[in-house]
Design a protein around this ligand. Structure first.
Ligand SMILES: O=C(O)C1=C[C@@H](OP(=O)(O)O)[C@@H](O)[C@H](O)C1
Ligand SMILES: C=C(OP(=O)(O)O)C(=O)O
Length: 444
């Protein structure tokens, strides 16, 4: 799939002017990839407005179509129409292969989803997806009498499923590697044969994403009974509807970070305090580093301090996708930035702790790597003319592009990798830079 940025290296335009812009980022990946399976299971037609069109959502849409659901898309209008059909299309006795690239949500949510039907399914992705765990979800599904296996015995995709529906019952599930296992089973659970109870053992990473799942299930007409880490789902049906998808809060973080390091002001349109996305709380981290936050009905605005950011010691267990964003701007702070409790990000698109440490070293920054995080020292002069390695990780590319705004000659290798969640990232960044430069010259 293409991002429009096919060059192998992207030279980040320098911008010493404060970043001042109003930005509407594309639809949320997490909301789009939850709305899709719920809309498919619903009885009736659902129109998703402001949907994300990127690799991760395209793999999900393609999979639904291959499964036999009708899904119409209008990329220009950012709309998806899903013709809900319950579990009826899930009837593939001759076997069906689904390819989900490196989309964690697609791998995890679809494994539970196809288990609701009948027939044989195989879910596979790119090599990195074959290294990302899914064992806890398979164990839980087996506990609900699904015949499901990891083909290579690695605890990772490819996944083989001989589906005959999900029976009800109580299952225990580890939530330490990924919250997506819990979300995947929750999303499918109303269509199990009887009630399903999920008991999450130990700590749950990325818990706000499970809250998002519960909130969206409620919006689609299904109430989950939750007591602490125990979730009880009775049989039910999702309600088809017109549904507006919020802009992606994780994608917004790069523009907020740009305002934070430049003493600028960025307004993110379409997000608010009421957002379903835990990553909107990243602004609080930036506020603790000296930024000012203003909230409106339909926007969040962040202004960076003129005197520069302060250091911070922060636990990002609940919003670990924000680690590259924070790590990439950390050298500009006046004090150390210590990021804790994110061991699970070693299992994302790449080992993100190692990747951030390596790229910060490349820029001449002093960094200490921990098993579950990193500590970044302030750096007066970052090394110029560096090519950032991105490890096919969209967040590495987007985060370090923000560093590059203030370091001459920074290049981003394989910028097309942003297509996973944000194909238009670099063109949007360029228009934000141009806008900011214009404002800065007109003020002078
Ligand atoms: O449920 C979701 O939509 C997501 C959950 C998080 O993953 P983990 O639960 O694996 O940390 C997050 O990193 C990912 O980008 C999206
Ligand atoms: C970890 C991510 O994605 P996923 O797990 O959905 O592949 C991400 O978008 O940063």
């Amino acid at each position: 799939m293409s991002s429009g940025f096919e060059t192998t290296v992207y030279e980040v335009p320098m911008c010493l002017a404060p970043i001042v812009a109003s930005v509407r980022v594309p639809g949320s990946k997490s909301i789009t990839n939850r709305a899709l399976p719920m809309a498919a299971l619903a009885n009736g037609t659902t129109r998703l407005r402001g949907a994300l069109f990127s690799d991760d959502s395209r793999y999900f849409i393609q999979s639904l179509r291959r499964l036999g659901y009708q899904v119409d898309t209008d990329e220009e209008a950012k709309e998806v129409v899903v013709y809900g059909a319950g579990i009826n299309p899930l009837h593939h006795t001759h076997g069906l292969d689904l390819f989900i690239g490196n989309s964690g949500t697609s791998a995890r949510f679809l494994s539970a989803f196809v288990s609701l039907g009948e027939g044989r399914y195989r879910i596979d992705g790119v090599q990195r997806m074959r290294e990302r765990p899914i064992a806890a979800l398979l164990t839980a599904l087996r506990g609900l009498h699904v015949r499901i296996d990891d083909e290579l015995g690695t605890g990772c995709p490819p996944i083989l499923i001989e589906a005959n529906g999900i029976t009800g019952g109580t299952v225990e599930m580890s939530g330490k590697d990924s919250s997506q296992f819990v979300s995947g089973l929750l999303l499918a659970a109303p269509y199990a044969k009887t009630a399903v109870s999920i008991v999450v053992q130990g700590e749950l990473v990325s818990a706000p994403y499970v809250e998002m799942t519960l909130a969206m299930m409620r919006q689609f007409g299904v109430e989950v009974n939750q007591v602490g880490h125990v979730f009880h789902v009775s049989p039910g049906n999702y309600i088809a509807q017109d549904y507006a998808i919020e802009p992606d809060a994780s994608g917004a973080s790069y523009f907020l970070a740009a305002a934070a390091i430049s003493g600028g002001t960025v307004k993110i349109v379409g997000l608010s305090k009421q957002s379903l996305q835990g990553d909107t709380h990243f602004v609080q981290v930036l506020a603790n580093m000296g930024c000012r936050i203003d909230y409106g009905q339909d926007w969040i605005e962040l202004s960076g301090p003129k005197e520069g950011l302060t250091g911070i010691d922060v636990d990002l267990f609940d919003m670990s996708d924000m680690v590259p964003t924070l790590a990439a701007i950390a050298p500009f702070a006046h004090g150390k930035v210590r990021i804790r409790n994110v061991a699970n990000i070693r299992m994302k698109e790449t080992d993100r702790i190692r990747a951030c440490v390596t790229e910060l070293h490349r820029l001449g920054v002093t960094v200490v790597e921990f098993d579950d995080g990193l500590e970044i020292e302030p750096c007066e002069r970052l090394r110029e003319g560096v090519t950032i390695h991105t490890y096919d990780d969209h967040r590495m590319a987007m985060a370090f592009a923000i560093t590059g705004l203030r370091v001459p000659g920074t290049r981003i290798e394989n910028p097309g990798c942003t297509a996973k969640t944000y194909p238009e990232f670099f063109s949007q960044l360029e228009s934000v830079i141009n806008q900011s430069k214009k404002i800065s010259t007109s003020v002078k």
